[in-house]
Design a protein around this ligand. Structure first.
Ligand code: NAG
Ligand code: NAG
Length: 185
């Protein structure tokens, strides 16, 4: 009898310990409080990668011991704060910036690792960001890269970006890249 009471007592103690603890995780099904229907947004803009000139927005921050002798600049790392515009001309109106970095990660072919945050400065997307992470085989006509998240208007964001080289000046190495981004959020 005493041992039964004791085990009952310890069971109660255990139960109160569990209910008294803080929740580690909570999962609810849709529609959850504050839930909005998922939307698909298409963004179209041009990215200006300015490597040379008075105000470069793309700077090389590191190279590897074999980068200079590599046909693909393997090991080079650039940090960017590239201007995004609504049209192909840099004067066509800034919609935001691409802030991040890319690295040459292909030894036998041009292939960049891209880590970009797009931050928008226009309309309802002002201050909202989209995170792109992916592989960019720059010699391909269209390069597809994953959108792995977002903030603000793009919370819960997922999707993909397609990049196309619009112009590339081999002398200045400045480039204009056309981006189409499709994002569920
Ligand atoms: C690679 O070339 C650049 C520019 O010519 C030079 O500044 C740099 O020191 C070189 N790096 C190596 C590792 O030789
Ligand atoms: C390419 O860049 C060079 C050096 O900045 C410049 O002189 C030339 O006009 C540019 N070419 C085009 C087509 O913009």
């Amino acid at each position: 009898m005493a041992s039964l009471l004791l085990s009952l007592f310890s069971a109660l103690l255990l139960a109160s310990t569990i209910t008294g603890s803080e929740a580690f995780s909570t999962t609810v099904k849709k529609p959850y409080p504050g839930h909005k229907l998922e939307k698909l947004t298409h963004l179209h803009f041009y990215l200006h990668d300015i490597v040379t000139g008075d105000k470069p927005t793309s700077v090389v921050v590191a190279t590897g011991p074999t980068t200079n002798s590599s046909a693909t600049a393997f090991g080079i790392v650039s940090v960017i704060d590239d201007i995004l515009t609504v049209g192909a001309e840099i004067t066509s109106g800034e919609v935001g910036r691409a802030q991040g970095m890319f690295a040459s990660t292909g030894q036998n072919e041009f292939s960049l690792l891209m880590v970009f945050n797009f931050v928008f400065r226009t309309g309802k997307f002002t201050g909202s960001t989209i995170s792109l992470y992916g592989r960019n085989p720059i010699m391909s006509k269209v390069r597809e890269m994953p959108i792995i998240g977002g903030t603000g208007a793009f919370r819960f964001g997922k999707g993909y970006a397609q990049a196309k080289t619009f112009t590339l000046n081999f002398t200045s190495r400045n480039a204009v890249i056309e981006y189409n981004v499709y994002i569920w959020h």
